[in-house]
Structures are given as structure tokens and as C-alpha cells.
Design a protein around this ligand. Structure first.
Ligand SMILES: [Zn+2]
Length: 193
């Protein structure tokens, strides 16, 4: 067995990417809101989740529309808990997807950490490419430019870059900071804002 079964072998895995994971969506956390004194009474108005930055961990997205979420206070217990607006279950956290807050189950999210030990699509192929290129085995690490003229060499470099970009997204990494730091800026530089 050659030990690489890359992206091409499992195209179906390729798109259960970042979208599926809790870590890539905004979280409303009962503890934070309680500490901030924002939980009183029977309900809280949560600003609708803004995912324009691809998620992230902003606890309070920019103000826009609000979603009313009921909370429940147990005797002798603080903080209270959210009642999932969709299924009514008691939750310490709600997740923002599709422009609304709901529980992890209703949002159909999974924990990335649960998948950590599992296959990352394209990972073996990326490692194999790195070996072929004589580059460091460390993912995302710099590939030293070489004076090779073979088209095949550059094809592999391009394939590796694309593969690692997808892996970075899959891992929920900040793709720009990872890739720019490691590869250096792209040759046709985009204007910075
Ligand atoms: Zn729910």
C-alpha cells in the first residue's frame, strides 16, 4: 500500500468541511451573558448571529435584528439555562447558524475535537506531496523555491498549496494568516485594506 489516499479518493468527505463544526460558528454562552449581567427575567434578546466572518468566537455579533430566547432559572442554581428556541431543551450554549440561535443538535453541528483523530481529507496526499517535493513534512511549512524547470514539480507545488488551503479550512484555521505566514504573500499581491 502506498499510504496515500487523498482528496480524489473521498470527494464526499471534502465538503463536510468547516460548516459542520461548532468551532466555526458563533456561540452564545450563558455564563458570559450572566457574568455581564444580561440575563434577567424570562427571556433574553440575542442579536442575530452574524457569520460574515465565517464564524469565529465573537460572543456578541453586531446589532441588527434580535431573536428572543427564553431562559429558565432553576432554584438554587445560577446561571440560568437557555431553552433552545427550536426544541426547547435546556442548554448552556446556543449556536448561530443560518441566521438564528439554536442548540447544537438543532443546528446539526458536531465538535471538531471529536474528529481530530480521524481522517482529514487530503492529509496523506499532502504529506506524500511534501515528500516528493523534498519539503519539510510539517503541514503548511514553507516550500523553498528551487530552480527546477520541470512542469511536474510546479504542478505538485500547486496541488499541495490547494490541498493545504482546503485542509486549513477543514481545520478551521485562519487560512490567510496560516498560508501567508508560511508561504509568503502571493506573487500577484492583492491590495491591503
Ligand atoms: Zn434544539
Amino acid at each position: 500500500m502506498t499510504g496515500f489516499s487523498g482528496l480524489a479518493d473521498r470527494p464526499q468527505n471534502d465538503h463536510l468541511d468547516a460548516e459542520r463544526f461548532v468551532e466555526n460558528h458563533p456561540v452564545a454562552n450563558v455564563f458570559e451573558l450572566y457574568r455581564a449581567g444580561l440575563l434577567v427575567g424570562e427571556a433574553v434578546e440575542l442579536p442575530e448571529p452574524d457569520e460574515t466572518d465565517g464564524g469565529g468566537r465573537r460572543p456578541v455579533p453586531p446589532a441588527g435584528k434580535f431573536q428572543t430566547v427564553r431562559i429558565t432559572w432553576e432554584p438554587a442554581q445560577a446561571p440560568p439555562m437557555f431553552l433552545c428556541p427550536s426544541c426547547g431543551s435546556r442548554r448552556y450554549k446556543l449556536h448561530g447558524t443560518e441566521g438564528r440561535w439554536w442548540c447544537r443538535k438543532c443546528a446539526n453541528l458536531d465538535f471538531w475535537s471529536r474528529h481530530k483523530g480521524r481522517t482529514v481529507p487530503g492529509l496523506s496526499r499532502a504529506r506524500w506531496l511534501r515528500r516528493r517535493l523534498g519539503a519539510s513534512a510539517e503541514l503548511f511549512s514553507r516550500i523553498e523555491p528551487r530552480s527546477r524547470h520541470h512542469r511536474r514539480y510546479w504542478r505538485l507545488v500547486i496541488e499541495l498549496r490547494q490541498l493545504e488551503a482546503r485542509i486549513a479550512v477543514y481545520l478551521g484555521a485562519n487560512i490567510n494568516s496560516v498560508l501567508e505566514r508560511r508561504y509568503g504573500p502571493d506573487p500577484p499581491r492583492r491590495p491591503r485594506r
